[in-house]
Design a protein around this ligand. Structure first.
Ligand SMILES: [Zn+2]
Ligand SMILES: [Zn+2]
Length: 307
């Protein structure tokens, strides 16, 4: 286990160094994200799974009928380890980004004064259950949501790694994650044939998707699916759907000499989110607004293509 963790940390470091060399404007963000990832790797959530969640016959039927293996109700989080991680991430965010100091202080204060409870926040984030105390409308909600996402990710990743063998990829044709039902936040092209892989922002599961396909509205018509890319960064592209006006960024792993770290690729390409938005498209998972201050804006050499 330790060895896997070390190998993971090493791969992250390698990729971060490479991106820093190529795009120095992202250095502060990458430093922040590197600390987040290493805090996540250090957290070891303890997860128990209900027998019914893992029955292979049920799993096959669910996948065949287009339902994720876990309903929101069945998703489990190790509250204690997520809470510890949340507090560590607050410290990291505060230290690495002075601009977020006040926002973090308010979040901590609301927890300390019991105006909100961590476990309730997790229920709200993972299951969409409950609502935030209306008195807390001055909280930085995108930041709170991001910290929650990063805090529960190790738990959800542990669940996904136990269940992933029950997903029959050949049977799964939907745009959302076959394990937890979230929409992908980034895609990857890999292998000789250019397989398209979607990555889940919640449970970190990766699954094979169709190449000519919008994961959000399941559009498969070639005339309304196209992509943009920057001449100097042909390893990334933005897949656009004219039908639902959403987009997803794609990393071409075949053009990189370091492994793809999905969360990192997302954060180090926020300029592509700006480009997509300038072209009238929006994302279901974009982090750009939160980190707007650090994002280089104008881009030259935009290419437009049909897939
Ligand atoms: Zn998932
Ligand atoms: Zn679409």
């Amino acid at each position: 286990m330790e060895e896997i963790k070390n190998a993971e940390a090493e791969a992250i470091e390698k990729r971060i160094e490479k991106i820093k060399q190529e795009r120095s404007s992202y250095i502060p963000l990458l430093n922040f994200f590197q600390k987040v990832l290493s805090a996540q790797i250090g957290s070891s959530p303890h997860i128990t799974i209900d027998e019914d969640d893992v029955r292979a016959d049920l799993a096959r039927t669910k996948i065949q009928e287009g339902f994720p293996l876990l309903s929101k109700e069945q998703i489990r989080v190790d509250g204690e380890s997520a809470h510890q991680l949340f507090l560590t991430l607050c410290q990291i965010a505060e230290k690495e980004n002075r601009g977020l100091e006040d926002a973090i202080k308010k979040i901590r204060g609301a927890l300390h004064d019991k105006k909100m409870h961590f476990q309730e926040l997790v229920e709200l984030w993972v299951k969409g259950k409950g609502s935030l105390n209306p008195e807390l409308d001055s909280l930085h909600l995108p930041l709170l949501s991001l910290l929650l996402q990063y805090s529960v990710q190790p738990s959800l990743k542990a669940v996904a790694s136990r269940l992933k063998d029950l997903v029959n990829e050949e049977l799964w044709t939907r745009g959302y994650c076959p394990i937890c039902g979230s929409f992908p936040f980034i895609a990857e092209m890999r292998g000789e044939g250019g397989e398209r892989i979607f990555h889940c922002p919640s449970c970190s599961h990766a699954w094979k998707g169709r190449r000519l396909f919008c994961p959000f509205c399941e559009n498969t018509e070639a005339q309304s699916l196209r992509y943009l890319y920057l001449e100097k960064e042909s390893e990334y592209r933005i897949d656009l759907c004219d039908q639902c006006k959403r987009y997803i960024k794609t990393v071409d792993a075949r053009k990189l000499d370091t492994p793809v770290i999905p969360g990192l690729e997302d954060i180090a390409t926020l300029h592509l989110d700006i480009l997509a938005e300038e072209n009238g498209f929006h994302s279901v998972n974009s982090m750009r607004k939160l980190f707007a201050d650090h994002t280089p804006s104008r881009q030259k050499g935009v290419k437009r293509r049909k897939p």
